[in-house]
Design a protein around this ligand. Structure first.
Ligand SMILES: *[C@@H]1O[C@H](CO)[C@@H](O)[C@H](O)[C@H]1NC(C)=O
Ligand SMILES: *[C@@H]1O[C@H](CO)[C@@H](O)[C@H](O)[C@H]1NC(C)=O
Length: 353
């Protein structure tokens, strides 16, 4: 099972907002899942991991490894936090079991916390949210320094946690000072990785002559990209189906946009082109709709009309498989609350499977 993939779900495009997020999940009575899993992301890329089996924190990404090599105490801090949180979460689950009168598992407590920093406005926001068994449980309101309970079952816990003033003050300090300091430091070190751009290769794909033509771009970075079809240089929306941006295994992205060509007469094909734009990169990439440029595995065969024959494992299918093998489907841009909700639910879904 891939526990890390789901973290990438939270990848939301934004040119100036940076984020440092921690995802902690404690489970009780869930088979094949470590009792405790922690992960950290910077600008939605996973940079660290720990779990109750390995009992130590591990950096991810080369730049984070280098940073940690120079500051071993930083990794030590994370390792201790990871082990400490495991015990705290376990105690919390025990409390909740009693408080909610739960007699049957699974018991899954999750936390997503961290901070965001807008490098243009300098604005800093902290967040700390808990989910229980896949649903929102409590969220910290840093302005009032109280917990918000979206469900009646959480109210009792809210009142108990609201009374823990020292912990709340500690929370506040952490989210307003320490977390943004670390985030800024990470961004400085990860700059060449996080702020690089890579252009994709683009191709036109079509399963059969009567299928839609898919304009497919893969290998681009970051995921702030647009792709669309044009007719006579004007963007069109009719007969166009745009796919989501997906993550490749190598950390780059791919996307495709389909054009239904069934009503386009052959002589008009060259009036259409597909355009890819990568944010921050001036040059658009264009490809003109052209029969000879299309990659397909469809082989015309008079004896077996309409049957896709040999070579089926070639280009198109391979690319389809790549699309399917993509680590995780990413959610659309959403508010923090929605993100957190979908995140908690997704972990649940993975656990349930
Ligand atoms: C807790 O659950 C048990 C068994 O379902 C039930 O008998 C008991 O009344 C419940 N207690 C409370 C306080 O809800
Ligand atoms: C393409 O358009 C035609 C005619 O508008 C329609 O009948 C057909 O179902 C469409 N194909 C797809 C795959 O949407």
């Amino acid at each position: 099972m891939n526990y890390f993939g789901l973290l990438l779900l939270f990848h939301v495009a934004s040119s100036v907002k940076h984020s440092l997020r921690y995802f902690l999940t404690a489970t009780y009575g869930v088979e094949d899942f470590p009792e405790f899993v922690g992960a950290a992301t910077v600008d939605e890329f996973q940079v660290g991991y720990c779990d109750s089996n390995i009992k130590t924190a591990k950096p991810k990404q080369d730049w984070m490894r280098k940073l940690i090599e120079r500051n071993p105490e930083h990794l030590e801090w994370y390792s201790q936090k990871c082990l400490g949180s495991q015990h705290v979460f376990r105690a919390n689950i025990d409390d909740l079991k009693q408080r909610l009168n739960l007699t049957e598992g699974p018991y899954i407590l999750q936390r997503m916390n961290g901070c965001e920093w807008d490098d243009e406005t300098g604005e800093i926001t902290g967040f700390n949210q808990y989910g229980y068994n896949g649903e929102d449980f409590l969220a910290l309101d840093l302005k009032t320094l109280t917990w918000t309970a979206p469900k009646p079952q959480a109210v009792l816990t809210k009142l108990i946690w609201d009374a823990k003033k020292a912990r709340l003050e500690h929370n506040k300090n952490y989210y307003i000072y320490k977390c943004p300091d670390w985030l800024k430091n990470y961004i400085r070190h990860g700059k060449s990785f996080l702020q690089r751009t890579e252009s994709p290769s683009i191709s036109l794909l079509q399963k059969t002559p009567s299928s839609v033509v898919s304009c497919h771009a893969t290998g681009f970075f970051p995921d702030r990209a647009e792709m669309f079809w044009r007719k006579d240089g004007e963007q069109i929306h009719e007969d166009v189906e745009k796919g989501e941006i997906l993550l490749n295994n190598d950390g780059t992205f791919q996307m495709s946009v389909e054009l239904n060509v069934s009503s386009v007469p052959p002589e008009s094909w060259k009036r259409y082109d597909c355009v890819f734009q990568l944010s921050g990169v001036g040059d658009d990439i264009k490809i003109t709709l052209d029969k000879s440029a299309i990659r397909t595995n469809w082989v015309y065969s008079p004896e077996f009309p309409a049957a896709p024959v040999a070579g089926i494992v070639g280009g198109f299918l391979l690319i389809l498989l790549l699309v399917i093998a993509v680590v995780v489907l990413r959610t659309k841009k959403s508010t923090d609350e929605e993100k957190q909700y979908s995140g908690f639910q997704l972990v649940m879904e993975r656990i349930k499977r």
